[in-house]
Design a protein around this ligand. Structure first.
Ligand SMILES: Nc1ncnc2c1ncn2[C@@H]1O[C@H](COP(=O)(O)OP(=O)(O)OP(=O)(O)O)[C@@H](O)[C@H]1O
Length: 636
């Protein structure tokens, strides 16, 4: 027998499980039954597609058996699924391979109470058994292999692994219950109740096996003779779930509770879903989809190795849960099932990618999901919860899914100069609020909402009562917003690059002002030399003395900067355009100054102040402080 150490993270997890304060311990049954069902799914698929297994499993039928023994204080869960060999056991129940579980471990705080709540949010699969077990034996034989293996652990630092014998393929999980849990879980009623709650619609039958004391039925004669019936123990083998794939049931037959429990059994989430979308399509292509949107975004949503939430079935036979192409990436938070009647059972991964039927299913599924989200948007309170979780992912859709761009744009919500208290606006509402001459959607992008709201660039918009969207998720907004183009013919305009609105430009007056400030503008340009692309006198500002903007070419460059960086390429430096306000005291006085030193100091201060108020870093803080000190001293 070989002893193996658990991976450190598993050790951490097990420590939490064995000392768990989590009250909802019953979920371990759901997790183990769901693993059993997955294992049967896998064998069911293989026996139809793998020549080596076809004959030996020709008459095989998947089933799960649960038995309990009150005296022994134990519970056993048996499946005749794919099974595990030595390597599988080390990799699957000795390390943490799943990204969901990884996120769980990363989220652990060390505070037992908080961490126990996390179990509820994640569901940590197999390891949850240690909430109730003193010791667990897993005896398993992989389909098509000769040797079986026994894995044993008491949930402390290590597990034993040794070859053993087992007749048929599948897995037996023997759970020696903790004394204090035995009364609850080695019980017919409790197991029936838990299976009924979470696993009623697992597609395979679940049998409960137990001994029951029954009285013999007496013959009429014996009864007349007053004989007392003898008591004997009978072995019961009772099916305790409906064993129909839930998604194949008519909607009218299903209650919210059925949908919610099924969601929990496939998702690792212990909360009810936010939205359930069940659709049966007949016609050229026949398929059923059952989609769920979780209340809380899956923890791995922003990890590159996120887990797909969609299981693909063909005529009730499980095909894969590892195909990220079943829905577009921006909908990776959706959980659920696609079951097609038309796909061939032996679809390979490559075929899946190019399959026209699947492409059609995907296309209509996306439309359906988006239209259901739109329905949800009519309920402001519920929708704000959706937006809080998924606005960012949907924004990616604008970029990825050209066909549905308009529909996605309708769903997005934005902060704006006319919304407060965390309220957000839709683009439709933005349009409706705008006055009749406005034909564009104005926005400003940056990292910090407060800085953006105080940006001098907003002055002329506020003055003219023009709403500006405040996009403070720079990483994504800066790339995606320029790609939007327009929403219902209203062009998106970045206020750092476009002309200020509604400023009556009298060409003659403009020329006059430019002429008047020509010398000082060129002096400032000379002083700031390499740090600016240009210096302009404009009437964009009303209160501030200066601001920085960029031209549209540089704006495009800024949008692509992330991409360049991620490809390891140098991003060319983008220099700002300094715009100064001819009506501001500083600028007016500066025009008449002859003191070169002062002009230099003020030029830098105009640039640095503009940068600071728009949330950018200044190039030399020490120099800025020195200049400010010098000028303040002079002013006194
Ligand atoms: N009854 C079983 N038969 C075959 N393999 C199993 C069985 N139970 C567990 N496994 C293997 O152990 C792995 C880990 O199981 P665990 O419940 O911890 O996570 P999971 O089921 O993979 O993740 P999730 O809970 O997200 O579905 C499974 O992916 C599977 O490979």
């Amino acid at each position: 027998m070989a002893k193996h150490q658990f991976q450190t993270e598993v050790g951490q997890l097990l420590h939490l499980m064995t000392h768990s304060l989590y009250s909802n311990k019953e979920i371990f049954v759901r997790e183990l039954v769901s693993n059993a069902s997955d294992a049967i799914d896998k064998l069911n698929y293989l026996r139809l597609t793998d020549e080596k297994l076809k004959d030996s499993f020709a008459s095989w039928k998947g089933e799960i058996n649960i038995s309990f023994d009150e005296k022994d204080k134990s519970l056993t869960i048996i499946d005749n699924g794919i099974g595990m060999n030595e390597e599988d056991m080390i990799n699957s129940i000795g390390t943490i391979a799943k990204s969901g579980t990884k996120s769980f471990v990363e989220a652990l705080t060390g505070d037992a109470k908080k961490d126990s709540n996390l179990i509820g949010q994640f569901g940590v699969g197999f390891y949850s058994v240690f909430m109730v077990a003193d010791k667990v034996d897993v005896i398993s034989k992989k389909a098509g292999e000769e040797v079986a293996y026994k894995w044993s652990s008491d949930g402390s630092g290590e597990f034993d692994l040794a070859p053993c014998t087992k007749e048929s393929a599948g897995t037996v999980i023997y759970i020696k219950l903790k004394d204090e849990e035995a009364g609850e879980f080695a019980s017919k009623y409790r197991i029936k109740n838990i299976v009924g709650k979470y696993s009623n619609h697992i597609a395979y039958p679940i049998f409960l096996n137990y001994d029951e004391e029954v009285s013999e039925t007496l013959s009429e004669e014996d009864e007349k003779a007053g004989k007392t019936p003898e008591k004997k123990t009978e072995r019961k083998h009772e099916q305790i779930n409906e064993a129909t794939a839930l998604w194949t049931q008519p909607k009218a037959k299903l209650k919210d509770e059925d949908y919610n429990n099924f969601y929990k059994s496939i998702s690792q989430d212990s909360s009810d879903p936010m939205l359930t979308i069940h659709t049966k399509t007949e016609g050229v292509n026949e398929y059923i989809t059952l989609f769920y949107i979780p209340q809380i975004a899956p923890m791995d949503m922003y990890r590159a190795d996120y887990q797909s939430g969609i299981k693909l079935y063909v005529k009730r036979v499980f095909i894969t849960d590892d195909d990220k192409e079943l829905l577009p990436t921006y909908l990776r938070f959706v959980r659920g099932i696609i079951d097609s009647e038309d796909l061939p059972l032996n679809v390979s991964r490559e075929i899946l990618q190019e399959n026209r039927i699947l492409a059609n299913i995907k296309q209509s599924s996306v439309k359906k999901i988006l239209s259901e989200i739109k329905k949800l948007s009519k309920d402001e309170e519920k929708y704000s919860k959706f937006i809080e979780q998924y606005n960012r992912a949907l924004k990616e859709g604008v970029y990825q899914d050209y066909t549905n761009k308009e529909a996605i744009l309708e769903l997005l919500r934005y902060k704006s100069t006319k919304t407060e208290d965390k309220k957000l606006t839709s683009l439709e509402d933005y349009k409706n609020r705008a006055n009749s001459e406005q034909k564009a959607i104005y926005y400003i992008v940056g990292e910090n909402e407060k800085v953006l709201r105080n940006s001098p660039l907003l002055e002329s918009y506020n003055k003219n009562d023009i709403e500006v969207l405040i996009l403070d998720d720079k990483e994504i907004d800066e790339i995606i917003t320029p790609a939007i183009g327009a929403f219902k013919e209203w062009e998106f305009k970045d206020i750092t690059t476009c002309e200020a609105p509604k400023v009556e430009i009298n060409e003659e007056e403009k020329k006059e002002v430019e002429e008047k400030f020509k010398d000082i503008v060129s002096k400032i340009k000379e002083k700031l030399n390499d740090d600016v692309k240009d210096v302009k006198i404009t009437n964009r500002l009303s209160e501030s003395a200066s601001c920085i903007t960029k031209d549209s070419q540089d704006a495009q460059m800024a949008a692509m900067a992330h991409m360049f960086r991620s490809m390891g390429q140098e991003v060319p430096e983008i220099k700002p355009i300094l715009e100064i306000n001819p009506n501001h005291e500083i600028v007016k006085k500066l025009k008449d100054t002859k003191d070169e030193g002062l002009i230099e100091d003020i030029s830098w201060i105009l640039l640095d102040l503009a940068k600071i108020s728009e949330g950018f870093e200044i190039s030399d803080r020490v120099a800025f402080a020195k200049r400010l000190t010098k000028i303040t001293a002079k002013a006194l």
